[in-house]
Design a protein around this ligand. Sequence first.
Ligand code: SAH
Length: 347
Amino acid sequence: MKILYDYNIEQLQNVVQQLGEPKYRAKQIYSNFVSGKSISEMTNIPLSLKTKLLENYADAPVSIYKKLISKDGTVKYLFSLSDGNIVEGVVMTYKYGKTQCLSTQVGCRMGCKFCASTLNGLVRNLTKGEMLFTIALANRDFGGTDKKREITNVVLMGSGEPLDNYDNVIAFLRELALTDNLNVSPRNVSLSTCGLVEGMYKLAEEGLPLNLTLSLHATTDEKRKAIMPVANAYSIEEIIKACKYYFNKTGRRFIFEYSLVKGINDKDEDALQLIALLKGLPCHVNLIRLNEVEETGLKRTDDKSAYAFQAKLQAGGLSATVRRLMGSDIEGACGQLRNKHIGGNGN
Ligand code: SAH
């Protein structure tokens, strides 16, 4: 079924006019979506219009299928899409607000060896309306309204590769930023990519001041190829060149994510190579402690070694932090997002 929230306000005006209704209905419908309401929950439009809409469009583009709450307050949602697919989303509460980790695809085709989201390949892209509504639903669940938003920050770090769903993701980000939509500025959005270089160059031209995050995870192309198939298509050198271009265009410092995998990329020589590679660049290194995914057999570097690795990077002149572990008891942490909780089509 078609998704009404995939339309912008002007397109929505055409839809309601074609159904014989005045233009202003579009705004009313739109404000309901922003509030996370399905068509059948809308109380400010006539029943006749609702009935006509329900004949052609999915009642809700997304709904909350299940909700899990971690000991640390992190909330993981399993969202069901109108075609029955499930994606996950996580909301983390920080001092400055709430950050929602959003999926951009059902599954993923990048094949990173340590990640759970890619185990079954790519199923499909999420549409703009699905991504927007996922955030609207979390907002609503946290008691927010179309006037008062609870979700202040968004990270595109759920399942999927955002630059592999480029057009929908850009359309989503533009509408997300609108004050009468969910009002999350690109400055409060981090887009994480495994390094699809053409997409990075394109992104630099969009005029969106996003925080660009690069999944590096290795310091040489050989080592990177062993854990990230995408490294066969793009070298680290090409990625760094694209990052510099992005910085020159947008003025935004970039972040490298580096998930520490025991015995694979966490040795002294790796820290030294990382320093040699990144020193002097306007960047920050975010060290992620691997979340172990049973099927991969890869193990996490222990905490002591992770902090020692960070200290080495800092001593070498890099800005580096070890990312806090959040939601790992509910499998809400990086790379653990997958539809394990339902039968069928999964693991
Ligand atoms: N496709 C995007 C978004 C992926 S998820 C990308 O590749 O950047 C966000 C981050 O979590 C990425 O850096 C990803 O490499 C990392 N990640 C994936 N699985 C992980 C795991 N099991 N443990 C720790 N980090 C993981």
